[in-house]
Design a protein around this ligand. Structure first.
Ligand code: MN
Length: 443
C-alpha cells in the first residue's frame, strides 16, 4: 500500500502568465504521477491554495485536476493551511469538500472539561486512520494543541497518520525562521507513536525521526509560495511530493519524488564601492555570456554603490533584453541596493500619508534637474500627487488593461503630457493643492 503526501502547493501564488503556467503544469503532472503510480490515497497538508478564495482560473484548474484524481478512485485528504484558511469566509477547500473531491480531515470537538478531542477519518480501502489539525494562521492552532486530549489519540489501534500545518521547534532551520514569523511548537504537542506525521508549512523538504515520533515529514512547497522559494529552486532545491509505502507492520519506505518545474539562471552582483556605471557594465557582461532561453532568470543586485543613483541602472531595459532572448521570467531583487551619493532616508510619521510626504520633502534636495517642476517643493508636491494616483485601486470588475490605461492617463495629465504643445506649467491653481506637503513632525 502507498500514499502520496503533498503540502504548500500555493496554487495562485504566481502573478505572471509564464510562471502561472509552470505552476499549473507542475500541479497537474504531480497528480497525474500519483494516478499512474496507483497510490491508495493522497494527503495535502495545507496551503493548497495561496488564498482562501483564489481567482476563478485557479479554482477551475484545481477542480479539473482533482476531478481526474477522484475519477481514478483515489481519495484526497486535506487540512487547511495558514494561507487557504479564513476565519470569517468560506474557503475553496470547503467547495472541494462539498463536491467530494477532497475530505477535510479535521474532526475537532470541545469537551466539557475544557480539553479538545480529535476524531479519526478512516480510509476505507487501506484502513489507515487519519487525524489532523488545520493551520489557522498566526499560529492560533497552537492553542488547540495545548488543549488536545492526546491520550485518547494515542490509545487508538491501527495504522495512524497525523496531519498538521505548522513549524516544529526541533526541525526549524534558520532559513525557515527568516521566512515565517509564526511561532513554532514543540514536537511533544503532537500525539506520540503515530506511524507517520504528515506536515505542512515549512517549504523545504525535511524527513526526521525522533523518539516516539517516527517519520516526521515536510514535503516542502511543490514549486513556490514565497519569492525566496524561486531563489532556492535556482540554487538547486529539489521540489516534489513524498511517496510512502506501508503495510500492516507500519511504514516501510519514505522517499521524495521530484517533480521538475523549470530551468533557472541566477546572477548575483555585488555593487559595493562600485559606480552605477560599472555595475551596469557588469550586469550586461554577465547577461551577454548567458543563454537564458526558456529559463527563469533571477538577478540579485546588492550593496552600496560609491557613485551614481540606483535609478542609473535600467532594470526595465535589462528585463526587456532578457525577454527578447526568450527568458520565461525575470525576477529582479534590488532591495539591498543603495548608493552613497543618493540615499533615500526613510522618514517618520504617524500615517502612511505622513511618511510619504515627509520622505519626499526630506529627499527632494538630492534631485538635480533642469526642470523646476521636479525639484524643490514643487517636485515634492508633484511626487505626492503622482503617488496618490498610482495608489488608486482598480474598480470592481475593471479589466486590468482598462485600469492601467486609466491610471497612465491620469499620470500623463498630472505631468502635463496629454496637452498639445508645451508641457510647461499651465494655469493650474497651485494653491488648491497645497494640502499636506509641509513636513509634519511625528506626534
Ligand atoms: Mn506555505
Amino acid at each position: 500500500m502507498r500514499f502520496a503526501h503533498f503540502s504548500d502547493i500555493h496554487l495562485g501564488f504566481q502573478k505572471s502568465r509564464p510562471l502561472q503556467s509552470v505552476e499549473q503544469d507542475v500541479f497537474e503532472r504531480a497528480l497525474d504521477d500519483c494516478i499512474r503510480r496507483s497510490v491508495d490515497f493522497i494527503l495535502v497538508c495545507g496551503d493548497t491554495f495561496h488564498a482562501n478564495i483564489p481567482e476563478m482560473r485557479v479554482q477551475k484548474l484545481a477542480f479539473a485536476a482533482l476531478r481526474r484524481v477522484h475519477e481514478a478512485g483515489i481519495p484526497v485528504y486535506a487540512i487547511y493551511g495558514s494561507h487557504d484558511f479564513s476565519p470569517s469566509a468560506t474557503s475553496v477547500i470547503d467547495l472541494l469538500a462539498e463536491t467530494g473531491y477532497i475530505t477535510n480531515v479535521q474532526r475537532l470537538a470541545n469537551n466539557d472539561d475544557g480539553t479538545m478531542s480529535l476524531g479519526f477519518v478512516t480510509d476505507e480501502k487501506t484502513g489507515a486512520k487519519l487525524a489532523g489539525i488545520s493551520g489557522l494562521g498566526a499560529s492560533k492552532d497552537i492553542t488547540y494543541y495545548e488543549k488536545l486530549d492526546r491520550d485518547a489519540l494515542e490509545a487508538e489501534p491501527g495504522f495512524r497518520i497525523f496531519m498538521f500545518h505548522g513549524a516544529i521547534s526541533e526541525m526549524r532551520t534558520a532559513g525557515d525562521a527568516a521566512q515565517t514569523v509564526d511561532a513554532a511548537m514543540p514536537l511533544s504537542y503532537l500525539p506520540r507513536n503515530f506511524d507517520y506525521y504528515a506536515g505542512g508549512h515549512m517549504h523545504q523538504y525535511q524527513l526526521n525521526t525522533f523518539e516516539n515520533y517516527p517519520h516526521v515529514v515536510y514535503p516542502g512547497t511543490l514549486f513556490a509560495g514565497f519569492h525566496s522559494d524561486l531563489a532556492e529552486n535556482a540554487g538547486g532545491a529539489k521540489r516534489g511530493y513524498v511517496l510512502v509505502e506501508f503495510d500492516s507492520t507500519g511504514v516501510t519506505d519514505v522517499r521524495q519524488v521530484e517533480v521538475k518545474n523549470c530551468e533557472y539562471d541566477m546572477i548575483r552582483i555585488n555593487a559595493t564601492h562600485k559606480t552605477s556605471h560599472a555595475v551596469n557594465e557588469e550586469i550586461h557582461e554577465k547577461l551577454a555570456g548567458m543563454e537564458p532561453d526558456g529559463k527563469v532568470v533571477l538577478l540579485n543586485v546588492s550593496g552600496k554603490m560609491s557613485e551614481g543613483k540606483t535609478t542609473d541602472i535600467d532594470f526595465a531595459a535589462i528585463s526587456d533584453g532578457l525577454h527578447k532572448k526568450g527568458t520565461v521570467e525575470v525576477k529582479i531583487s534590488r532591495r539591498q541596493l543603495s548608493s552613497a551619493e543618493y540615499e533615500i532616508t526613510e522618514s517618520q510619521g504617524d500615517t502612511a500619508e505622513e511618511i510619504a510626504v515627509n520622505t519626499f520633502v526630506e529627499n527632494i534636495g538630492q534631485v538635480e534637474s533642469g526642470f523646476p517642476q521636479i525639484t524643490g517643493t514643487r517636485g515634492a508636491k508633484l511626487a505626492k500627487r503622482l503617488l496618490d494616483i498610482l495608489s488608486k485601486p482598480a474598480l470592481e470588475n475593471e479589466p486590468l488593461n482598462a485600469y492601467q490605461k486609466r491610471i497612465a492617463d491620469e499620470v500623463a495629465a498630472e505631468l502635463g503630457l496629454d496637452e498639445e504643445g508645451e508641457g510647461e506649467e499651465d494655469a493650474r491653481d497651485e494653491s488648491a493643492r497645497d494640502e499636506q506637503i509641509e513636513r509634519r513632525p511625528p506626534a
